[in-house]
Write a protein that binds this ligand. Structure first.
Ligand code: ADP
Ligand code: MG
Length: 315
């Protein structure tokens, strides 16, 4: 099951998928490098899960091709599937199997019934804090524990590439934190990680490159740093000696918030100048005692790219 030498972890070209009236994936091209921690973001309905299902061989594309570690997901299905572990968005289990049985059945699909794999499955249970629940039936587990079993299930065959489709949706803060420790470890061990999440601060903390999907297309794809630099605005927070009941008219449109003697301005990067704002305040008689600036977060860039301004959404 060697990956073709030098092949990208994921390669997608000209991909399209229709469901009845919905054109869910509208011409996606994408390459993920081996060992990358890659974020796939986008609002609900953007086509992320459809793309992932195509990669997993669960959905057939209408047009285009996709490959995992150089193995075509259709022509070379078995090899492609072996290179990939998918943690699906929806939790579906047979309630009558125990956790260990679920994992053993999964190993069976890959012809991995032996001792080595059994030891690995126990290690997965330990790493995901499931050892105590190993013999419990799936129906007896909480939602968060079921999610952890899904992750273990995706890793039973030690895939090179791991895709996690909203693995923390509806999961409590503590479990989310422990899952990220685990996923980081997988990344450090050399796995390629592709993560879909609603929690943009998590994508910002974890991912090296990020693709933002919108209406079946990739609206942006860049390193996290470059995406953050695309932000249209940044925040300037000014503290004045006395509360400022009004600001000069030319600053009004930029004023986002006023709390006591703190004024918060939203500045267009590259257009608005901080010294000019401060000078206008000084001329109007305000004494500035402190300033702070804040770069845009991934959340702001995401909203700009997915909600407004189609012109900035071109690749
Ligand atoms: P995301 O994961 O980004 O939220 P999806 O890939 O789940 O988006 O959905 C993309 C679009 O395709 C949505 O409009 C969704 O309703 C539609 N869709 C997804 N799966 C199916 C399906 N099996 N049958 C019909 N429509 C579907
Ligand atoms: Mg989805």
């Amino acid at each position: 099951m060697k990956a073709a030498r030098g092949a990208p972890a994921i390669e997608v070209a000209g991909l399209h998928k229709h469901f009845a009236r919905v054109h869910a994936v509208r011409g996606v091209d994408l390459e993920v490098r081996p060992g990358e921690f890659f974020g796939l973001l986008g609002p609900n309905g953007a086509g992320k899960s459809t793309l992932i299902n195509i990669l997993a061989g669960l959905t057939r594309p209408d047009e285009g091709r996709a490959a995992i570690c150089g193995h075509d997901v259709i022509a070379d299905y078995r090899e492609a599937r072996r290179a990939l572990g998918v943690v699906p968005q929806e939790v579906v289990f047979d309630p009558f199997f125990s956790v260990r049985e679920v994992l053993a059945i999964q190993a069976g699909y890959f012809g991995l019934g032996g001792r080595d794999n059994k030891a690995w499955r126990e290690e997965l249970l330990r790493a995901l804090a499931l050892t105590d629940k190993g013999d419990a039936n799936m129906r007896a587990l909480s939602g968060g524990m079921k999610r952890r079993v899904l992750i273990a299930q995706a890793l039973v065959h030690r895939p090179q590439v791991v895709i996690l489709d909203e693995p923390t949706a509806g999961v409590d803060v503590e479990l989310r934190a422990s899952l990220w420790v685990f996923v980081r470890r997988l990344h450090e061990e050399g796995h390629t990680i592709i993560l879909t999440t609603h929690y943009l601060e998590e994508a910002e903390a974890l991912c090296e490159r990020i693709a933002i999907m919108r209406e079946g297309r990739i609206a942006a794809l860049d390193s996290k740093e470059a995406l953050l630099r695309r932000a249209v605005s940044k925040t300037l927070r000014v503290t004045t000696a006395e509360p400022a009941p009004s600001v000069p008219p030319r600053l009004e449109p930029k004023l986002r918030k006023r709390t006591g003697n703190i004024l918060e301005f939203s500045l267009q990067q590259g257009t608005d100048s901080i010294p000019e704002v401060l000078e206008s305040l000084r001329v109007a008689g305000h004494v500035v005692t402190d300033i702070a600036t804040e770069q845009a977060s991934l959340e702001e860039v995401f909203l700009e790219l997915t909600q407004g301004r189609p012109s900035t959404a071109s690749r």
